[in-house]
Design a protein around this ligand. Structure first.
Ligand code: PEP
Ligand code: MN
Length: 283
């Protein structure tokens, strides 16, 4: 089936998406980092400062959380969005957060710089149509059981709505292997770059489910040509309210960023960490 808007032929030179001062899909590798879920003012601000100091460009954090069980923490909702906006005001980092339902789009758009559509909603066609009507960039994660063709057609829905700013993100797919949460499909990176002009990020946090694996898979993703990474970071992973087992602690994140600079250089990508660390501020 044709992809007139998403196919590589539509823009052979590739799409660069600008958010604040950050270019996604340009020469430099972009790092989006932050907690799985926004939990409190102190938590999100502390993590925002840590990831910025280590060179991350964009802050992530879920306020509306798609949880498997209705009894799990569902996110702070609009209060969480306000905390993200506060962290942006204090650090200057643009913010990406998930929208799960068309009815949330107006609210989330008031706070976010990028709208995330999660894996579970990759083929929520009414949601894709509605984010397609906005003019905010959309970070569209790959469905956990979606083929690359289905993924690109989901992106086509957003572009068809008139929103040309779609960022793809490989986050692992379900396979027969239970040792990891998902199987990170590194094949997707060169294949998507061949088939589409849209930027391609990789999320090794959800892709593996294990924090100790994240730095190695992040390096592999950069080596395979990813335009950026999405990384879960928590200041106290063992007490995180969601996805603690796959969240990097601040020192591990800083160490990974250091190693990634060398990987980026080895494959001819620019590496431009965000500005110098902020002065520590008592929370
Ligand atoms: C997330 O990034 O917060 C998330 C829920 O990821 P995914 O949709 O890939 O499971
Ligand atoms: Mn998560």
């Amino acid at each position: 089936m044709p992809l007139p808007l998403t196919g590589r032929d539509a823009r052979p030179g590739g799409t660069v998406i600008r958010v604040g001062g950050v270019e996604i899909g340009g020469p430099a590798v972009v790092v989006i980092a932050g907690p799985c879920a926004v939990e409190s003012h102190g938590q999100v601000l502390a993590i925002a400062r840590v990831v910025k100091a280590a060179g991350a460009h964009i802050l992530r954090g879920g306020a509306f959380k798609p949880r498997t069980s209705p009894y799990s923490f569902q996110g702070l909702k609009e209060a969480g969005l306000a905390l993200l906006a506060q962290a942006r005001a204090e650090t200057g980092l643009p913010v990406v957060t998930e929208v799960m339902d068309p009815r949330q789009i107006d609210t989330v758009s008031r706070y976010a710089d990028i709208l995330q559509v999660g894996s579970r909603n990759m083929q929520n066609f009414p949601l894709l149509e509605e984010v397609g009507r906005t003019r905010l960039p959309v970070l569209l994660k790959r469905g956990m059981s979606a083929t690359l063709s289905e993924y690109l057609h989901a992106a086509e829905y957003v572009l068809h709505g008139g929103n040309t700013q779609v960022i793809l993100c490989e986050r692992g797919i379900r396979t027969f292997e239970p040792a990891t949460r998902n199987t990170l499909d590194l094949n997707a990176i060169p294949m998507l770059h061949r088939e589409t002009h849209l930027p391609v990020l990789v999320d090794p946090s959800h892709g593996t489910g294990h924090a100790w694996m994240v730095p190695r898979l992040a390096a592999a993703a950069v080596a395979a040509g990813a335009d950026g990474l999405l990384i879960e970071v928590h200041e106290d992973p063992s007490n995180a309210r969601s996805d603690g087992e796959q969240s990097l602690a601040p020192d591990a994140f800083a160490c990974m960023m250091h190693e990634l600079a060398a990987v980026a250089a080895a494959v001819g990508r620019a590496w431009m960490p965000s500005e110098a660390p902020l002065e520590p501020v008592a929370l």
